[in-house]
Design a protein around this ligand. Structure first.
Ligand SMILES: [Zn+2]
Length: 264
């Protein structure tokens, strides 16, 4: 077995490394920057260059080595390479090759190109270890084009009614995907600080996001009318004053999957 599940995570004995381990280890290969994949406390980290900025933002001063997508790193006699997973900026599947046998660990992945993440790349392998948060057949997503056409129509409607529109998604990944597909022709895209902090990191690494304005106490709440505010699910909205009149949670149904109006 090239990879096995252990109490610390997915382990490659031949190279003595772990992939996205959940307990501190000597060497961790990290698929992407979300908290359930890149954890604090490992001695050495390895990730893609594109994933590094958000990993640093979350974990601070860690010993992180970076590689390009497709670049091969050899540890003992095992070859490791990272391939786009289409999930968030820098997210990767990890390909592991030893004596002609190839395994791939998907990490979180998404087949639909969201316009922000590096598009998913299928990788040939003998064994595929897949994440499957939404693997059950009850999850059926409409194409993102349709979903965002609905979102923009809803925003337009709210604008005509003089309302503030609020849309929430995880600060890393979902929020940027939302912003990418909003129609700036309708109005200004405001962001909660938690989202804007991630936006800054991602812009600094060269990803072109649409213009956004950070919500602060200095902004007159009346200015939000007709515009949209992108936040994360646990945002506090005091700066918006009493103007909040229309709220849609991007992922409010994802736990039971009975509504099918949100996406991963
Ligand atoms: Zn993730």
């Amino acid at each position: 077995m090239l990879l096995t599940f252990t109490s610390k995570g997915i382990y490659c004995r031949q190279a003595d490394v772990y992939i996205d381990p959940w307990k501190p280890v000597k060497k961790a290969l990290i698929t992407h920057g979300h908290a359930d994949h890149s954890r604090w406390g490992h001695k050495h980290y390895l990730s893609t260059k594109a994933a590094a900025p958000v990993i640093y933002q979350r974990l601070g001063d860690i010993n992180l080595e970076v590689v390009d997508f497709g670049e091969v790193t050899q540890i003992n006699d095992v070859k490791f390479s990272f391939h786009p997973a289409g999930h968030i900026v820098g997210s990767a599947q990890i390909r592991v090759e030893y004596k002609g046998e190839v395994w791939v660990v998907s990490g979180d992945y998404k087949l639909e190109n969201d316009g922000i993440s590096e598009p998913f790349e299928p990788v040939k392998c003998n064994t595929f270890i897949t994440e499957s948060t939404f693997g059950l057949p009850i999850y059926k997503w409409a194409p993102q084009k349709e979903v965002f056409a609905d979102v923009n129509a809803w925003w337009q409607q709210n604008k005509e009614a003089g309302k503030v529109t609020i849309l929430t998604g995880y600060a890393l990944g979902k929020a940027q995907r939302i912003i990418e597909h909003l129609d700036e022709g309708i109005g200004t895209i405001y962001t909660h600080g938690a989202v804007e902090n991630v936006n800054e990191v991602i812009r600094n690494q060269g990803v072109a996001l649409k213009p956004t304005v950070r919500v602060t106490q200095d902004i007159d709440p009346k200015e939000f009318k007709g515009n949209i505010v992108v936040g994360y699910p646990f945002s506090h909205w005091e700066p918006l004053g009493k103007e909040i009149q229309a709220i849609l949670s991007w992922h409010c149904f994802w736990l039971d999957g009975t509504e099918g109006s949100s996406q991963t």
